[in-house]
Write a protein that binds this ligand. Structure first.
Ligand code: FAD
Length: 338
């Protein structure tokens, strides 16, 4: 089934979220797709607790609070979010509409595409061992999408950050969990670390020092993970291996969409922020033009001008009347202002 909307926004970072608002003011509906399991882009993923000091009128606001405020501001326009999936392919139809396909085989149709993809997709750092791709999504999981498949299984979690510790604590309730890290010193939140150490004391979690040396398919649904600690190598048979080595940013499939690029950034004009392809726009950190500043406030400005041009593609027979939110009763009704 193909879902239909006016505009597809690729990327739910701060700029993608503000684009929903600007488009919504012009009666343009949106679906938003992001690779991550939550909106907020870099603000939510890389610095949720850090204060930002250069958002106009906000003396100080954390990355997480900014995300929450942008989500609340966009809410009246009922955007549809499709998370945990990467946009892989875009195709132009004879009607000049676009079909967007995601890694979860979802298909969406729209009149315009807005690429707000930042520095690209956040993707997990993988185990640096060759020829184990066939085990990914089978025995090796870089993200937990369905907890129930892990119930009562033998699981090896690797890493020392928040994801590794949080999942160790959570999955220990229903599975046999071993956590492995290079040293017994963790980057995760102190709360999660204390909880894990307490579970280890109660023998509900097993802890191992070491690093992954190799992974072999045992062809019976299980894998053998060889573990290296100093010069010693041990074998460990498990159902699932969950490596949490953090995320990296990758331009990914966007590079193959035929848009004019300059050093992995999408070229746009500064009137409409349209790319070399009509009705595809690029805003925020992903675009480039003379004088570009990679700041959130620049992305907000770009979103406002992009929306004006989207209106022309979405409603070619209508006139767009410029209005202020302070004085337009119509805009205030859309924003549920009482
Ligand atoms: P991003 O925030 O990068 O979001 C892009 C989203 O697109 C990501 O969630 C990604 O997963 C998704 N995506 C990409 N490709 C795909 C695809 N193919 N399919 C699906 N999803 C995709 N800026 C300031 O203005 N002030 C500051 O004080 C400031 N401090 C910073 C501090 C740090 C530590 C860092 C790292 C950055 C800081 N920045 C600051 C920069 C600011 O965070 C970025 O300018 C801003 O996040 C850009 O927003 P964006 O929406 O364009 O992209």
């Amino acid at each position: 089934m193909i879902e239909k909307t006016d505009v597809i926004v690729i990327g739910a970072g701060p700029v993608g979220l503000f684009a929903i608002f600007e488009l919504g003011l012009l009666n343009i509906s949106c679906h938003v797709i992001d690779n991550l399991d939550k909106p907020g882009g870099q603000c939510a993923e890389l610095y949720p607790e850090k204060p930002i000091y250069d958002i106009p009128s906000r003396v100080s606001i954390t990355g997480q609070q900014l995300t929450e405020d942008l989500l609340a501001q966009a809410k009246p326009f009922k955007p549809v979010y499709h998370l945990e999936q990467q946009v892989e392919k875009i195709t132009k139809l004879e009607t000049n509409e676009w079909i967007v396909e995601t890694s979860l085989k979802k298909k969406l149709k729209a009149k315009c595409i807005v690429i707000a993809a930042g520095a690209g997709s956040f993707v997990p750092r993988k185990i640096p061992i060759e020829n184990i791709e066939h085990l990914e999504e089978k025995n090796i999981l870089y993200a937990v999408r369905n907890k129930s498949i892990l119930e009562n299984k033998n699981i090896l979690i690797v890493g020392g950050g928040d994801s590794a510790l949080d999942w160790t604590n959570e999955l220990s309730k229903t599975a046999n969990v071993t956590l492995m890290h290079r040293r017994k010193d963790f980057r995760a939140a102190p709360d999660s670390v204390s909880k894990m150490l307490e579970l280890e004391k109660l023998k509900k979690v097993n802890f191992l020092l070491g690093q992954i040396h190799n992974v072999d398919d045992l062809n019976d649904g299980k894998i053998n993970v060889s573990i290296k600690n100093s010069d010693e190598i041990k074998n460990f048979e498990v159902d699932y291996l969950l490596p949490f080595f953090g995320l990296k940013m990758e331009l990914g499939p966007i590079a193959k969409w035929g848009l004019n690029l300059q050093e992995n950034l999408i070229e746009v004009d500064t009137e409409k922020f349209e790319t070399s392809e009509q009705s595809i726009f690029a805003i925020g950190d992903i675009n480039t033009y003379p004088g570009k500043l990679k700041l959130i406030l620049s992305g907000f400005h770009e979103a406002a001008l992009m929306a004006q041009q989207c209106f022309k593609y979405c409603f070619p027979d209508k006139k767009n009347v410029f209005r202020y939110t302070t004085s337009s009763k119509d805009l205030q009704k859309k924003l549920n202002v009482k």
